[in-house]
Design a binder for this molecule. Sequence first.
Ligand SMILES: [Zn+2]
Length: 68
Amino acid sequence: MICPRCDSDKIKVMVKSPVGDEWEVYVCEKCWFSWRSTETINVLPKFRLDDEKIRNMQMIPPIPPLGK
Ligand SMILES: [Zn+2]
């Protein structure tokens, strides 16, 4: 299984349905996208993430420039 948003294969099961084996919720350990096993995920291209975008996300909030 791969993450529908960033294509990582570091996926783990976050939650299972309390009754029976109806569904599971998976979470991507790379971008923290989560989804339910019963959903069909179709992430629009503009919401998809790659390594570069994930790195950029970690820059938020931006560090203010020092002194002026
Ligand atoms: Zn991901």
